[in-house]
Design a protein around this ligand. Structure first.
Ligand code: PLP
Length: 373
């Protein structure tokens, strides 16, 4: 049997990793500024992280959500203390898309309405509901297209209000910073307007922090730059540093009832051991602050060049937009300079480095980029 061939692969086979460094099967060392697509938050193979998973595996790896799992409560309590949403509740699932599905479902249950507002260039995942609020016709099947979704332009509060006025909108879903759509940072004033409009028209404000969350932007959540609170915050990717794990934070306005949400694997012991270790490391090593500091340096140090149009982002969520396709420079960064980077669209190099990135590692990237330019 062969693999279903849906991924464009680089000819690199990583076999070992530590911190921001990855080694391939030939012993070549790479600097990882991609973090497996914003997943590696506390660095590869952090000793505290690997020890926590190994220790848990020796005790109990899995049981169902029909018994008490103290690791879930531990995570909820710890998260409440550091994320700015102590009075919210936590529901655990397995991925970013699943988190968004659950958020949309809750918004719809809560309001009794079924239409959702999302934004052009959004990406919220590939499950049925999540892909329906994703602005990419190429990945929407006829089945997904039956969802009732309206796309508005980012930063256009007028068009959002015109839709909300129609009275059938359950929720507005917005990324803290748009990731796959090209590191588009919503204006703080727009986020503040969204908060006011959702309250005025009885819609649920959902902040998708799957990519921008858990410290990546130099705040715990990216939407906190604008000083607002969302009703539901969705999470995934970096929250367990590569062990599949997702979750949503839910405002006290929402009342839980038995069976309203559910999952087989969500919140399992191994995922919780991983997620608790990640949160401890983020807090102890002050990684939110580090992401802010090193990210600001990196953004500011990108060289001026007539090839580069704009540098966008916050903290370690950075997009370097070129005036031309970046396939070649990205490939040269990987094969000549041994640096992993990401991409958004054709013209943007996207950096999603582990939050432990050191200034010296950022400098290595800047020097390599200068040489290639
Ligand atoms: N939301 C955002 C903002 C994302 O960037 C992604 C993935 O890239 C998702 C949701 C989907 O997450 P997952 O691939 O874990 O389902």
């Amino acid at each position: 049997m062969e693999l279903f061939d849906v991924y464009s692969l680089f000819n690199v086979t990583p076999v070992k990793a530590c911190g921001c460094t990855v080694w391939d099967d030939k012993g070549t060392e790479y600097l990882d500024l991609y973090g497996g697509h914003a997943v590696i938050s506390v660095g590869h193979s952090h000793p505290k992280y690997t020890a926590a998973i190994k220790a848990q595996l020796d005790k109990i790896g899995f049981y169902s959500n029909s018994v008490i799992n103290p690791l879930q409560t531990e995570l909820a309590h710890k998260l409440g203390k550091v994320c700015g949403y102590d009075d919210y509740s936590l529901f655990l699932d397995n991925s970013g898309a699943e988190s968004n599905e659950n958020a949309l479902k809750l918004a719809s249950f809560h309001t009794g309405k079924d239409r959702v507002i999302a934004f052009h260039k959004s990406f919220h995942g590939r499950t049925s509901g999540a892909v329906a609020v994703t602005d990419n016709p190429a990945i929407i099947s006829p089945f997904n297209a039956n969802h009732r979704v309206t796309f508005c332009n980012l930063n256009d509060a007028g068009s959002v209000e015109a839709e909300l006025k129609k009275g059938d909108v359950a929720g507005v879903i917005i990324e803290g910073i748009q990731g796959c759509g090209g590191i588009n940072v919503p204006d703080d004033s727009f986020m503040q307007n969204l908060r006011v409009l959702c309250d005025r028209y009885g819609a649920v404000l959902i902040a998708d922090e799957v990519q921008s969350g858990y410290g990546r932007t130099g705040r715990f959540f990216a939407h906190q730059w604008s000083g607002i609170k969302a009703d539901i915050i969705t999470m995934g990717k970096g929250i367990a540093n590569g062990f599949p794990c997702g979750g949503i934070l839910i405002s006290p306005e929402f009342k839980a009832s038995k069976g309203l949400l559910g999952t087989t694997f969500g919140g399992n012991y191994l995922a919780m051991a991983a997620a608790n270790a990640v949160l401890d490391i983020i807090t102890e090593e002050k990684l939110v602050e580090n992401a802010g500091k090193v990210g600001e340096y990196l953004k500011g140090a990108v060289p001026q060049s007539d090839k580069i149009k704009e540098v966008r982002g916050r903290g370690l969520m950075i997009g370097i937009e070129f005036n031309e396709p970046v396939a070649e420079i990205r490939s040269r960064l990987l094969f000549e300079k041994h640096i992993f980077t990401g991409v958004a669209g054709k013209n943007m190099v996207r950096l999603l480095a582990p939050l432990i990135l050191k200034q010296s590692e950022a400098e290595t990237f800047i020097n390599s980029l200068k040489q290639l330019l």
